[in-house]
Design a protein around this ligand. Structure first.
Ligand SMILES: *[C@@H]1O[C@H](CO)[C@@H](O)[C@H](O)[C@H]1NC(C)=O
Ligand SMILES: *[C@@H]1O[C@H](CO)[C@@H](O)[C@H](O)[C@H]1NC(C)=O
Ligand SMILES: *[C@@H]1O[C@H](CO)[C@@H](O)[C@H](O)[C@H]1NC(C)=O
Ligand SMILES: *[C@@H]1O[C@H](CO)[C@@H](O)[C@H](O)[C@H]1NC(C)=O
Length: 641
């Protein structure tokens, strides 16, 4: 370091360390700084272009947008847009399926939504945007004005408006700082210039932020953002030493993060560019005038006023936006609803009760999420096709079901609380929240993203009665198979017996690993297995015979797991001599059988018929799907297709 630089560094460093403590108090937001100075120096594994997953790459374009209110032109914004493949066949009246819009946070990118998009792009049309300078978007313009939260909101609205179809509603799925932007877009009382305004049908806020930091913290944060860039980069380098094992990655991923999540986080951290971060962070800070925040991150007013369904999803171990942020938002919504009902008492009774029942929910002391609301969408998945069926059916009944619930129709009995309009065009306010056992990275932590998609966003998380009855009738765990496996049916978090906790207590000494080959659905929290059982996700498609590549992947995974088991068994306590790997799809017969049989043949010296009958003896009646059996014989016949 040259003497001059050194002096410069010395003068700013004390400031930095003062700021450091404060920043951590701020929720660790600043830790988002990444080491990479620009993408040209990034190794291949970090480059946002080359690491962009195929699904995203296939449906993305880089486009120029002129924001409607600010007039700022953003020349190179990356847009992921995938229209639902069946959009044209689905009914358009009274409204098409809503558009899901994904909004990332400070230092984030569209790629963080990839696991969610993989599930959800099958349910609805999806739009996701890399903010300027983030992910694959160009860092242009570079003026600081363009990066204020307000102007980024403006840009987001402009883009959504370009993609939303006639009469189409919008469901916003946002992460971290993006949730503040989502709240503002959803807020009908905000001063939008879009005419007509977007019809926001719901907000899903993942790791939400309730508002701006307090005045003193803002002052110090600002001071910190003045620190010269090279000092920042030094600091980031220090924070990031150790890559996937670094302090910065741990902070995001939380204690239970597996290697895959940590590597992803390390990549995202390195892709975020310091100058962009500085601008976005700066732009999120409000100016305090007489103790009241103005500008910057939207706080109380945006959240409190929302009257659409809201799902708040926090991470229990999230230190960046702690789960209490979600709690604060719930409180604001409740307080606002209380204020409104007392207002209503003084006004006409008609308006009060349609909000009154929503209020009951918002004001409930406990989480009302378990209350079934027949006529309200409970998840994005549900907002989609089911609502069409419902809308269509009620339309056919001649029922006027589409009026605004806040202006109840004449036919309605005053005070009849049972009247709930089946109106999915403007779903009423409701609040649900959930705490997942994860950190700030829960969107792309493999173990939790499944829960997220399954519980909240995907129809596949639901079990109809027929599937449940079938599942209940199936033996949970098979006899040992070839000394390597036991086949299982999927676990369910809500079952009294075949749930992870009870399972771990009963089988934890013997079934030391679980390979879950189901595609997205059945939901349980693998963390509840505790330390004795390791969970591995190996998603495969059901009903069709596994591909050669899938079989190769499975065999490879089992080899690795067995190697690992050998080592663990010699060093860990409580290993039964007969330790095995548990494998499950839904019920643990056809697909599980196919993979297990392939392994027995390729690694344990079984013949095809012998492997098939071994499986069937341990798991009666084994593989039933004749197509699967045929494929097995073909596969091992030596016959080349
Ligand atoms: C992306 O596009 C390529 C070429 O059209 C196709 O082969 C591939 O399956 C697509 N991948 C995804 C995930 O959509
Ligand atoms: C948004 O951008 C416009 C145009 O550059 C600028 O005049 C305005 O101050 C910006 N808004 C904020 C809140 O910074
Ligand atoms: C081993 O098993 C015993 C009894 O099942 C249990 O009390 C103990 O905590 C276990 N030890 C470890 C290290 O899991
Ligand atoms: C396995 O496949 C057979 C034949 O297609 C099917 O009838 C059966 O329901 C499947 N088994 C399970 C448990 O799903």
């Amino acid at each position: 370091m040259s003497p001059r630089l050194f002096t410069a560094a010395r003068t700013v460093v004390p400031q930095t360390s003062v700021g450091l403590g404060l920043t951590l108090a701020l929720g660790g937001a600043l830790i988002l700084y990444r080491m990479a100075k620009n993408r040209t120096t990034m190794p291949g594994s970090r480059d946002p272009e080359t690491t962009d997953p195929a699904l995203l790459r296939n449906h993305s374009e880089i486009k120029s947008f002129k924001a409607a209110r600010s007039g700022i032109t953003f020349p190179g914004i990356r847009i992921f847009y995938r229209r639902h493949p069946k959009a044209d066949e689905l009914p358009k009246a009274p409204a098409p399926l809503p558009l899901l819009v994904f909004i990332h946070g400070l230092g984030g990118s569209v790629a963080q939504f990839h696991p969610l998009l993989t599930s959800l792009s099958n349910s609805a049309s999806c739009l996701a945007i890399d903010f300027p300078g983030c992910g694959r978007s160009q860092f242009a313009p570079t003026s600081w004005d363009a990066y204020t939260t307000e102007n980024l909101t403006d840009l987001t609205e402009t883009i959504i408006n370009d993609y939303v179809e006639e009469d189409q509603g919008v469901v916003l799925v946002a992460h971290s700082m993006g949730t503040a932007i989502a709240a503002d877009i959803a807020n009908k009382r905000a001063a939008h210039r879009l005419i007509p305004p977007l019809n926001v049908m719901g907000v899903i806020a993942i790791c939400p932020l309730s508002g701006p930091p307090p005045e003193a913290a803002v002052r110090n944060f600002r001071r910190l953002l003045w620190v010269p860039e090279f000092v920042f980069n030094l600091w980031r380098a220090w924070d990031r030493r150790g890559g996937p094992k670094s302090a910065s990655v741990k902070r995001f991923v939380g204690p239970g993060g597996d290697l895959e999540a940590r590597e992803l986080q390390d990549r995202f951290n390195s892709q975020s560019r310091t100058p962009v971060f500085r601008r976005m962070a700066w732009g999120s800070l409000p100016v305090y005038i007489d103790g009241k925040p103005t500008g910057g991150l939207f706080g109380k007013s945006s959240w409190a006023d929302l009257d659409v369904p809201i799902f708040l999803i926090g991470g229990h171990h999230d230190t960046v936006t702690p789960p209490k942020e979600a709690g604060k938002i719930e409180e604001m919504l409740r307080a606002a609803a209380n204020g409104r009902i007392s207002e209503n008492k003084h006004h006409e009774a008609g308006a009060s009760y349609s909000e009154g029942s929503a209020l009951g929910e918002a004001a409930a002391p406990v989480n009302p999420s378990s209350v079934p609301r027949e006529h309200l969408p409970q998840s994005v998945g549900e907002i989609s096709q089911d609502d069409f069926a419902r809308k269509k059916a009620s339309q056919e009944n001649g029922e006027d079901s589409f009026e605004d619930p806040t202006t109840p129709g004449d036919h309605q009995e005053p005070g009849s609380l049972s009247y709930i309009p089946s109106q999915p065009i403007h779903p009423r306010k409701m609040v649900k929240s959930a705490l997942l056992p994860a950190g700030h990275a829960l969107m792309y932590t493999p173990a939790t993203v499944r829960i997220l998609a399954g519980l909240y966003l995907s129809r596949e998380g639901k079990w109809d009665v027929k599937n449940l009855a079938k599942w209940k009738g199936v033996q949970p765990v098979s006899e040992p198979i070839g000394g390597v496996f036991r086949a299982l049916k999927t676990l369910r978090e809500v079952d009294e017996e075949h749930c992870p906790k009870v399972f771990a207590a009963k089988w934890g000494n013997e079934i030391k690993d679980i390979i879950d080959i189901s595609h997205a659905d059945p939901v349980y929290d693998p963390q509840s297995f505790g330390n004795s059982i390791k969970y591995h996700k190996f998603p495969t498609v059901s009903k069709i015979p596994p591909t050669d590549a899938e079989v190769a992947g499975f065999i490879n995974l089992v080899d690795k797991v067995r190697e690992d088991q050998k080592q663990r068994s010699s060093s860990e306590a409580n290993w039964s001599e007969d330790y095995v790997i548990g494998v499950h799809c839904h019920y643990g017969f056809n697909r599980t059988g196919y993979f297990v049989v392939c392994y027995l043949i390729e690694r344990c010296g079984y013949g095809v018929q012998k492997a098939i009958s071994t499986f069937a003896e341990a798991r009666p009646n084994g593989i039933r799907h004749s197509h699967f059996l045929d494929r097995l014989f073909v596969r091992y016949s030596g016959f080349k297709e």
